[in-house]
Design a protein around this ligand. Sequence first.
Ligand code: AKB
Length: 316
Amino acid sequence: MNERILILGAGGQIGTELCEYLSRKHGSENVIATDIRAISHHDGPCEILDATDADALKQIVDKYSITTVYHLVAMLSATAEKMPEKGWALNMDSLFHVLNLARDKHIKKIFWPSSIAVFGLTTPKHNTPQRTIMEPGTVYGISKSAGELWCQYYHRVYGVDVRSIRYPGLISWKGEPGGGTTDYAVDIFYGAIKDNAYTSFLAEDTYLPMMYMSDAIRATVELMDAPDENVRTRTSYNLAGISFSPAELANAIKKAQPDFQIDYAPDFRNEIALSWPSSIDDSTAQTEWNWQPEYTLDRMVDEMLNGVKTKLNIKA
Ligand code: AKB
């Protein structure tokens, strides 16, 4: 039987590009795009869906004979700090609804994203290992850490095929991020193109692991396509990407725009960033399902500058 894919959060930063990629691979009629708001970028079936509504979710799974769910709905780190209980409820309730659909054999396979936010101040900061101390300090990080353990539990106890990646900060121009600590690394490109200037809400030397969206989408689909026996980690996989600070990103932008100006006004998000790793060891993903990144900092900056210009309709 053909794979029939449901994307929850298809209008978000990851969902926008994943929807496009999976439509090319499986045909847009086999990709059902859902979000809390209407979606305009997908030419296959689209539905408005609140992922915390278990009955509405089940109806869509039945209506389209869904086999695989990519669950991309989440309240990210900065927003969830402002509404902890709502963040927890959204992130956990929606995960349970999808896990339960698989436990009860209504769907076969799940992708659920985790994050570098599962790590905290007591975690080794450099080259953070796959298995290490995990004491997350944010609501979002606590929800991702608990979610990872629930995924592992559902796999072990109910045989649910759920796979996950701890995404670094994601950088893209097609879809926009919303409410994350790493959003500066997208906003900076809009500042560079529109004003030739940007004020960073992270300090100049705050290093974080980041990844260009093309690499993140390829990683996601490669993990989902990996033979079951290769996927030996059922919490979530570390992925390294490219580590840099705001000052280093600004210098890479200056290669194309020498007059680009950056200044710094760190806010509460800098504290969150300082509790996360500055670089990641992803050797487990490399060994278990042959993960290899493609993007360097310069290549990513080049594509972002061109992409944001295209989006804003500015001639390169
Ligand atoms: C955030 O900043 O909250 C997210 C993440 C690192 O998961 N981009």
